[in-house]
Design a binder for this molecule. Sequence first.
Ligand code: HEM
Length: 334
Amino acid sequence: MAFYVAFRQIIIAECDLIYEAFDKAATAALSLPINIPGKSYYQGLQTRKNIHKILRQIVEERKASRKTHNDMFAELIGNEKSRYRLTEEQVFNQIFTILYSGYETVSVTTMMAIKYLHDHPKALQELKVRIFLILLIEVILETSSLATIVNGLLGKITQDVELNGFLIPKGWRIYVFTRELNYDPVLYPEPSSYIQSLEMAGQVLGVSQLLLLIWSWRRAVSWKGTGHEFFIPKGWRIYVFTRDINYDPLLYPKPFTFNPWRWMDKSLESHSYCFLFGAGGRLCPGKELGMVKVSTFLHYFVTKYRWEEVGEVDIIKFPRVEVPSGLHVRVSKH
Ligand code: HEM
């Protein structure tokens, strides 16, 4: 459903052509970049090529038919006079980005909200009786935080940054991991410490040193930290694990308890540590649209139906939130 809603804003007529191909690419997006046949990353790149092929075919068919299309794709492809004209490759990449960003975030948030509301009848009851839109937004924010729908943010270091004794060199691409690595109390006895998280990164980077042997023709840079020195090859993309932002009990008391009421404190959403929709210049441009989509579905679903879960629900949260065998619910009308 989320895919069709997202897709119809972009390419109205040819929705079905692309759906199946796209789903495979979304799965590959968070895989290890091992580009050999059989691996998810490889399959993802192949799928991307296929999608580009389909988009090219759509362009040809549209040109041949001379029919006007009132959608984003037509706007991007057809705007020949604009000085911001993009190449075909850039247009396809834009389409892919918007679809990818706006599809899984919305569908997984919706699914997890249904799950949490099912497990917390008090919140569900209040959602039905209270001024609807207000608690809905809070349910969505709490769901995004508790399930950590987007678990980190990509960035590029524009100047050398020193963080608690660690130097992150200019030019590095980093992934700021905004959720917990896992719940292991041995790794994270005091979850709100930056230093522990960075030392954790040090352990991961230690493993990278071994891999460095394979990649050693590239120039290495040095990672200096308190008591650590690691060599990282130029051009590597790395994860920097910062602290467990969403699950830090100092920032969000009882972080593992579904508590949409905490978001009634409106200042929480604008705190510098709230990364649910990213931050700064790269803040999610689809935030409001995403909220509207999830709220519209939840509004109708909660007011018109009741539901109960069927069977076991096995939720995986790393590297992405998913329920491999599906969240099965039996739905009946109120
Ligand atoms: C509940 C729904 C959503 C959530 C939780 C969400 C979350 C996020 C987050 C955390 C980022 C920042 C990623 C980073 O910095 O690496 C982001 C970026 C982005 N989002 Fe969303 N998003 C949602 C819905 C949408 C929708 C509906 C669209 C578009 C139709 C969208 C389009 C984008 C785009 C294009 C970016 C990249 C912005 C940039 O890098 O400049 N998102 N989103």
